[in-house]
Design a binder for this molecule. Structure first.
Ligand SMILES: Cc1ncc(COP(=O)(O)OP(=O)(O)O)c(N)n1
Ligand SMILES: Cc1ncsc1CCOP(=O)(O)O
Ligand SMILES: [Mg+2]
Length: 282
């Protein structure tokens, strides 16, 4: 089992697809997803050389570490290890779980793609840490795989106790349907990284997940009072409080956080936050 703190609370998983954003840098696009609230990232590069994948993995490792977000490498346990990723994602035709576990050790996350309940149960029994369930809808990102429909999402959510993440053709327009089928976690690729504004799409998906009750609340202390919040970052909380435009000083656990760092500052359970308005002028 993994040692990465609280990673199971993830709700919005984003996977790279460089062909969806020609002319825009991978790292910049993925940073936008983190700013929008992605809380799990995967590097998926099906065409690059191993050297290129390793370079991208190292860069994404550095980026995700800044945001405290788990980072997974698709298909390549060896690259996951070398880049110090948090884990690997494997499909039914990839390396068997037992072999990947042996290579990675117990501290890394192993995710497995599934398309039916038998595969979900087998993955759980073999020690998978989470399963991907999909494609829920037909998708050009994985064109040869038939859609499993939301019926499988319902079945998978019931069948296993490890986290299930719904994937495939998910957009802000159909997310509610997937959540209504029992998904608590969504993964989207083209709808996010192919958008002009990946942060806005992530925020829209997060809102839908939160509205479905799937966004875990943290209990923090705000100006001395208990305050349950669905915000995971300081900027998000301040926005939810309607204070975004105000002149504010934010002190988190005794340290003043400059406004430029609010988007990178995570709120953990039990955090103590003081928000003080300051009045300018003489
Ligand atoms: C979260 C998640 N779910 C499913 C997949 C697909 O993995 P796989 O079936 O091995 O197909 P490729 O992605 O390797 O083409 C995934 N990568 N991530
Ligand atoms: C990698 C993968 N595995 C199942 S569906 C899928 C692709 C999902 O991409 P999109 O969100 O663009 O449909
Ligand atoms: Mg694979």
């Amino acid at each position: 089992m993994s040692e990465i703190k609280n990673w199971r609370n993830f709700r919005l998983y984003v996977i790279t697809a460089a062909d969806c954003h020609p002319g825009r840098e991978l790292i910049q696009v993925m940073e936008q997803t983190l700013i929008g609230g992605a809380d799990m990232l995967q590097l998926r590069n099906k065409t690059g050389s191993k050297r290129e994948v390793l370079e991208q993995a190292k860069a994404l490792r550095e980026l995700t570490s800044k945001y405290g977000v788990p980072f997974i490498v698709n298909d390549h346990p060896d690259i996951a290890l070398e880049a110090e990723a948090d884990g690997v994602h494997l499909g039914q035709e990839d390396m068997p779980i037992a072999e990947a576990r042996q290579r990675l050790g117990s501290g890394k996350i192993i995710g497995i793609s599934t398309q039916c309940v038998e595969q979900a149960l087998a993955a759980q029994a073999a020690g998978a840490d989470y399963i991907g369930a999909g494609p829920v809808f037909p998708t050009r990102t994985k064109p040869d795989r038939a859609a499993v429909t939301t019926e499988y999402i319902r079945q998978a959510a019931e069948a296993v106790s490890i986290p299930v993440v719904a994937i495939g053709g998910i957009t802000p327009d159909n997310a509610e349907t997937v959540l209504a089928a029992g998904a608590k976690r969504l993964c989207a690729v083209s709808a996010i990284v192919g958008s002009e504004d990946p942060a806005a799409v992530c925020l829209a998906l997060r809102k839908t997940i939160a509205a479905a009750g799937g966004w875990q609340k943290r209990l923090i202390t705000l100006n001395g009072l208990a305050h349950p919040t669905s915000a995971s970052r300081l900027d998000e909380l301040i926005h939810l409080l309607g204070q975004g435009e105000k002149r504010l000083v934010a002190e988190l656990d005794g340290t003043v956080v400059p406004r430029s760092q609010w988007a990178r500052t995570l709120l953990s359970e039990g955090a103590k936050l003081e928000l003080v308005h300051f009045v300018g002028g003489g």
